[in-house]
Ligand binder design. Structure first.
Ligand code: NAD
Ligand code: UFG
Length: 336
């Protein structure tokens, strides 16, 4: 089937994606500096699949380490997750974000070129639709950003587009994720953020296990059915499967192709609180708080391109997303 280099493979989405590649018959090589993850997640990937992961604890900006990985492994394709991802922190530390996310990608692309590896799947984000496009978001809409993290995604997409123009043999799929949540059904891997969670689901999960007092709902005066923010939440296992489809698509198609990975359904914060309360069997405590700077009212995907080009669509429900997240939280209340 082939050997896939997964940068950032010890992280939340990366670890679930390693499982799907291994279960589809691929070999997996992971590069991760563990700045936002633990090696334990890879041991659990091996436990789930019964297969080995080759792991390099290294920084993607380290050109010598990157070169060594390509020299020691015949890499057929790369899935590039590694990067810093906290929106608020990116506003505080723009240089760190640009330096890590952009330089890391440059070093990776240079090593790929040297090794003659021409298949690439990039973790982009719905954040590239910016503040002004109408929903549902369609891939051909203009891209923009509102914070340094978002700009790294916009810029890397542009760089990859340019690389495809320069080399007609190069094949890139930029997967624009909506809001990944949930966890593997085994309860062994899931989302394990450092410190206070920025995102809704890990926060709710920590309230559910008693680590946080209550959820702050950031605004209930948006122009949405119940006034709270609406997002397109997608089960991380569905999302992970989309990467296997994208790698297979890239084998037969050259050039740059952005593709949304979402369900096409919008869920509000209060609907999510209710669904999670049902999954855990008791009410999640919350209060209404002021809006969070930079948030938009509504974001959801037009998911038709993924179905058309990749033959992929999401299958999990809001109910299973919450149940799987809750199972992981119960089994790992203090993380991995
Ligand atoms: P994560 O933080 O769990 O995973 C990212 C991994 O990259 C971590 O394991 C981290 O240690 C590693 N990493 C960071 N900098 C590195 C470096 N210089 N060298 C080597 N490894 C490095 O995050 P995630 O949620 O799994 O996200 C994966 C990708 O998907 C990221 O690029 C993120 O921007 C993108 N994305 C995530 C979301 C989301 O909501 N989770 C949404 C859209 C896009
Ligand atoms: N929210 C709360 N309370 C919280 C956390 C979030 O009410 O404690 C609300 C937000 O206001 C928003 C919704 O829950 O309405 C979802 O917020 P998240 O932070 O979970 O997700 P975002 O859609 O804001 O951001 C996510 C990723 C970003 C990415 C963006 C677009 O975290 O990296 O999707 O893809 F840029």
């Amino acid at each position: 089937m082939g050997k896939i280099l997964v940068t950032g493979g010890a992280g939340f989405i990366g670890s679930h994606t390693c499982v799907e590649f291994l279960e589809s018959g691929y070999e997996v090589v992971v590069l991760d500096n563990l700045s936002n993850s633990k090696e334990e997640s890879l041991r659990r990937v091996e436990q789930i699949t019964g297969k080995k992961v080759t792991f390099y604890k290294a920084d993607m900006r380290d050109a010598a380490a990157m070169k060594q990985i390509f020299a020691e492994n015949e890499i057929d394709a790369v899935v590039h997750f590694a990067g810093l991802k906290a929106v608020g922190e990116s506003v505080e530390k723009p240089l760190e974000y640009y330096e890590n996310n952009l330089n890391g990608t440059f070093v990776l692309l240079a090593a790929m070129r040297e090794a003659g590896c021409k298949r690439f799947v990039f973790s982009s984000s719905a954040t590239v639709y910016g503040m002004h496009n109408p929903v549902p978001y369609v891939e051909d809409m203009p891209t923009s950003a509102t914070n340094p993290y978002g700009y790294t995604k916009v810029m890397i997409e542009q760089i990859l587009h340019d690389c495809c123009n320069a080399d007609p043999e190069f094949s890139v799929v930029a997967l624009r994720y909506f809001n990944p949540i949930g966890a593997h059904k085994s309860g062994l891997i899931g989302e394990d953020p450092n410190g206070i969670p920025n995102n809704l689901l890990p926060y709710i999960g920590q309230v559910a296990v008693g680590k946080r007092e209550q959820l702050s709902v950031f605004g209930n005066d948006y122009d949405t059915p119940d006034g709270t923010g609406v997002r397109d939440y997608i089960h991380v296992v569905d999302l992970a499967k989309g990467h296997v489809c994208a790698i297979e698509y890239a084998a037969g198609h050259k050039g740059f192709m952005p593709i949304n990975l979402g369900t096409g359904n919008g869920i509000s914060v209060l609907e999510m609180v209710e669904a999670y309360s049902k999954a855990c069997g008791f009410p999640i405590k919350y209060r209404i708080a002021p809006r969070r700077a930079g948030d938009i009212a509504t974001s959801y995907a037009d998911a038709s391109r993924a179905k058309e080009l990749l033959g992929w669509e999401a299958h999990e429900t809001l109910e299973t997303m919450c149940e799987d997240s809750w199972r992981f939280m119960q089994r790992n209340p203090n993380g991995l």
